[in-house]
Design a protein around this ligand. Structure first.
Ligand code: PLP
Length: 397
């Protein structure tokens, strides 16, 4: 046919989130943007820290074009990688070396590179914990792997340890852990992390090969109520961290993040070289130079997460009072709500009639839920509350 059918399938089948996004634009043109309560996209609503914008201006005025706009090494600028390694050492006590850091265009690239670097043969399995970021399926399959879904504990939406253990086979190559989680907002506790890592060690030994732990961490800094997000390298040596500044510094369009290879990883230096090779083969070399420099200078900058916290509390408190069922999220900017009927798509259609746009989550590996992305202005949350109430009443709540 002249082109790759699998890629055609990915390109031509619009994701539900994209579909909602297009509908939202059309509807806003019809009734005014302020009357559409769009909670579909995980685009940060909080601005990047002033320090970031000031640094961009200062860099443009003071630094050489080669530093700002030229190529860096394929794996990223050495000084930038040193700064990140030092920061990991200070924050988490891991003896990180710059030679274990690979700069990337965000977590999506990090995940694709890691999977490509470790998967050796078609059909090797990668476990994802439902509910999970839908793109995992695409990234895993593109690297030749097969996704295996571990179902959550229905009460907490955290990991069901027994189910996880059942899902590991001699073909398991890696697992992906995403905490704080998209779409549930759940932060896995230290107890859960320890249980998962104990099983990984036991099974690696039993099967005589490494099972990698891929930590997908774009939401690490977005946590509320002082909960702790365990740093997975401190619990499991064969850990690859995929970090991104998309959410932590509200810079999703700048495409900047990194991979960190645990210094205690078995054969870690060679795994790092495989990461360099995977980056090369995928064309993910030399992450954006200007933003590499910005990150190095703003390594301790933070966004104001109070807006998200307020939105979370407003939505959680009111929705549960109206009769909705959801787990209180400790992090990220998502609320994962049980649809008021078994079919999440039918519920999404009914919500649409109240001008509420939420994402039905069957593709996230759990049926019967919708995701509310509350990275929006507080006024939008306040405006939507009566609509959420009316929707619940329609279901007799
Ligand atoms: N992983 C998760 C869980 C996400 O939610 C996202 C984006 O929303 C990504 C990875 C990709 O993020 P990035 O913008 O860093 O590529």
């Amino acid at each position: 046919m002249g082109y790759n059918q699998k890629m055609y399938g990915l390109g031509s089948k619009r994701s539900i989130i994209r579909e909602i996004f297009e509908y939202s634009k059309t509807r806003a043109a019809e009734i005014g943007a302020e009357n559409v309560f769009d909670f579909s996209l995980g685009n940060p609503s909080v601005p990047a820290p002033k320090e970031v914008n000031d640094t961009v201006k200062e860099l443009l005025e003071t630094e050489s074009p080669v530093l700002l706009h030229g190529y860096t090494s394929a794996q990223g600028d050495a000084k930038v990688r040193q700064t990140i390694a030092d920061s990991i050492k200070t924050r988490f006590g891991v003896d990180m070396s710059p030679n274990g850091i690979y700069m990337t265009c965000g977590a999506a690239a990090s995940l694709s590179i890691c999977l490509k670097a470790i998967i050796e043969k078609e059909g090797e399995e990668v476990i994802a914990f439902a509910p999970f970021f839908t793109e995992y399926r695409v990234f895993i399959e593109n690297a030749g792997g097969t996704i295996v879904v571990s179902k959550p504990d229905p009460n907490t939406l955290s990991i069901d340890i027994a189910d996880f253990e059942d899902k590991i086979t001699p073909n398991t190559k890696a697992i992906i852990m995403n905490s704080p989680n998209n779409p549930s907002g759940v932060v896995y506790t230290e107890e859960t992390v320890k249980a998962v890592c104990d099983i990984l060690r036991k099974k690696s030994e039993e099967y005589g090969h490494v099972i990698y732990l891929i930590a997908d961490e774009p939401y690490r800094e977005l946590v509320y109520s002082g909960v702790d997000v365990p740093y997975l390298m401190n619990y499991y040596d064969n850990t690859l961290v995929c970090y991104s500044y998309s959410k932590s510094l509200s810079l999703p369009g700048e495409r900047i993040g990194y991979i960190a290879v645990c210094p205690k990883m078995e054969d870690g230096q060679n795994v790092y070289l495989a990461i360099c090779g995977a980056g090369r083969s995928l064309g993910y070399v030399c992450a954006p130079s200007l933003f590499q420099q910005v990150i190095a200078r703003c390594i301790n900058a933070k966004v104001d997460i109070n807006v998200y916290r307020e939105n979370r509390d407003l939505l959680y408190d009111n929705l549960t009072a109206y009769g909705y069922d959801c787990v209180k999220p400790d992090g990220a900017f998502y609320l994962f709500v049980k649809a008021l009927e078994p079919d999440a798509y039918a519920f999404y259609e009914k919500a649409k009639k109240h001008e509420i746009l939420v994402v039905p989550c069957d593709d996230f590996g759990v049926e019967g839920y919708v995701r509310i992305a509350y990275c929006v202005d507080k006024s939008r949350v306040l405006g939507a509350l009566p609509a959420f109430k009316a929707l619940a009443e329609e279901y007799g709540k």
